[in-house]
Design a protein. Structure first.
Length: 409
């Protein structure tokens, strides 16, 4: 089986760095695959690509390197073992050499630290940028002799953008690129278009628009590649989708569900900007009503706490009514390391996307809904029901002849 490329958008960030360190540490026998859904016994029927067969590259607008970020996570944020980072230093440097300048429109809270790379890409015409990004993917595939390249967006959250008729069809979207209509095309859309146009499976792990425009999904269908998103589900929202069905099926009425999220790091800094925060709040707020069958009063607050670094804390307060209309409460605190929670899910999605592409599937991978807050094309929000979609998918494939998928003749 040929090796698979993993091309990360935002490759110098905490999540990307953690994913690379973890993959190489596991491949070298230095760490266990704890947290990887694809290592569960229930998924063993699928002949998934091995972690040691993944080759990393990516786009980054920040001038700092992936090794610098990994060292910071180990020594400043204490979210990675310093010994592990030191042990895979050569692997990180190899990835660093494959990184290419990303695309940024300029502005936003992350802009001051981006340096010359962002300034150059911010002036680049959209059509020229798409061609350059596509060439990066093609060169990566050829230079590393890869079977396929899975592109994953793990970059900072963008502000929301209103979609119009220009985003509805592929032809009209291409005209936006030709006319350099920068106010209607976000970097995440441009990345998604470049990936799908070059036949690369695409996963949007962020709440940014990405493949939300129908025109971009049309690219995927036309190029016969798989894609999915959006916004990885790792912490507080995951807990909501697990607990909400408990209240529904015990017939307990949720009166209000209030959440407060405190986080630091680069993501926290970006989400301190009200426009960027709006995208995140939208994806976090949409899971309760489908799971409960009604919409209680619910608020979500996100606050930036610089001293937390790569860690986050969420406090949820649930006010509910039980038998004889007696009011009661549930409270929980979720404390975790943001990138450590998310990194194994990114690797799961890469392995499952590569498999889906290898067996000839096309379009949205709806069986991956359990990984996302806002899963494309799936209205089910209860976590166990979403997991069942994945298990049903595995069962369907377990009954098929997977000789070719396993790399056999």
């Amino acid at each position: 089986m040929a090796k698979t490329g993993v091309w990360l958008i935002g490759a110098g960030g905490a999540l990307a760095s953690t994913a690379v360190v973890g993959t190489r540490a596991i491949a070298h026998g230095l760490a266990r695959p704890t947290g990887l859904v694809t290592e569960l016994p229930e998924l063993r029927a699928l002949p998934l690509i091995g972690l040691d067969q993944l080759v990393f590259g990516g786009w980054e607008v920040n001038s700092r390197g992936i090794l610098h970020q990994a060292r910071a996570l180990a020594h400043d944020h204490r979210s990675l073992n310093p010994g592990l980072v030191a042990a895979v230093e050569d692997d990180l440097l190899a990835v660093q050499r494959r990184l290419q300048p990303g695309f940024a429109l300029g502005g936003g809270p992350a802009a001051p630290s981006r340096g010359a790379r962002a300034q150059r890409s911010g002036r680049e015409p959209l059509e020229k940028a798409v061609a350059r990004l596509g060439d990066d993917l093609q060169r990566f595939r050829e230079d590393e002799r890869l079977g396929t390249v899975v592109v994953v967006n793990v970059a900072s959250t963008e502000p929301p953008i209103a979609l119009g008729p220009e985003h509805a069809r592929l032809g009209s979207f291409r005209r936006l690129l030709q006319e350099d209509r920068r106010e209607l095309v976000t970097p995440s859309m441009l990345y998604a278009y470049a990936a799908l146009e070059r036949g690369c499976p695409y996963v949007n792990f962020t709440p940014s628009p990405g493949i939300t425009p129908p025109a971009l999904r049309e690219v995927g269908e036309t190029r016969r590649v798989v894609f999915y998103g959006s916004d990885g589900k790792t912490g507080e929202t995951l807990m909501k989708t697990v607990l909400a069905p408990l209240f529904r099926y015990r017939n307990l009425e949720v009166l209000s569900w209030e959440g407060v999220n405190l986080l630091g790091g680069g993501d926290g800094q970006v989400l301190a900007n009200p426009r960027h925060k709006q995208s995140k709040l939208r994806s976090k707020s949409g899971v309760l009503a489908p799971a409960l069958g009604y919409a209680p009063h619910a608020t979500v607050a996100i606050e930036y706490v610089p001293s937390l670094g790569n860690w986050k804390t969420a406090w949820d307060f649930i006010h509910f009514r039980g038998f004889l209309d007696t009011p009661m409460t549930v409270q929980f605190i979720w404390q975790g390391c943001d990138s450590v929670l998310a990194a194994p899910l990114v690797l799961d999605l890469v392995r499952l996307a590569e498999f889906a592409q290898r067996v000839g599937e096309v379009g949205p991978m709806t069986h991956l809904a359990c990984f996302f807050k806002d899963p494309l094309g799936v209205r089910i929000s209860a976590f166990q029901d979403q997991v069942q979609l994945l298990l049903d998918y595995v069962e369907r494939h377990a009954g098929r002849d997977l000789t070719q998928a396993r790399g056999g003749g």
